[in-house]
Write a protein of this length. Sequence first.
Length: 220
Amino acid sequence: MAWDEVWENVFASQEWGKYPNEDLIRFVARNFYCVGNRRDVRILEVGCGPGANLWYIAREGFSVYGIDGSTAAIENAKRRLDKELPGWQGELRVGDIIKLPFAADYFDAVIDNEAIYCNSFEDAKQIYSEMARVTKPGGKLFSRTFAAGSWGDQTGQNVGHNAWLTAEGPAQNKGYTRFTDSGEIKDLIAGFTLDSVELLSRTENNGRNCIKEWIIIGRK
């Protein structure tokens, strides 16, 4: 089964991803809550899934844009926005995040909440480059991605540079999973200036397994 089919099945069959990530909320609050007219702020999420982050951002009054390869995900996201936030402003599209269908210097912020990790290292560099292209000068990047050494890393079938079809962990049965080493981050987001990198970790199964994620903040 192709990796995009894996996620199409996930989004079509599971009520999954309803609420935003706390670190994403903190990022939006720190950078944009002080803006006078929030509708003037355009925020794009690549690999937006069923739209949990977009729902939160639109609820806070900002203009939201999302793109995902899954038709089911975009349909679910639009349905929720239309039902719970009538009059929301922005656009949702089905498409490939490696070539974003948006004009240069258009967005005030771009977001990756564990979507880019599903792509090879070289494709991920291109996606971040596209995200930089569509971001305004001075605009912000938020990226959350699995870190090397996280539960599932080095398990299952190796399918590329630091990439696995994992035999265990949170990405098991969800296709291609790439784990990022700290030394790779600046190269990955070369179109942005790196502002901060934080390592999040939490344990599961009574401390036997540790999930590690990078929170990467950058600016153009």
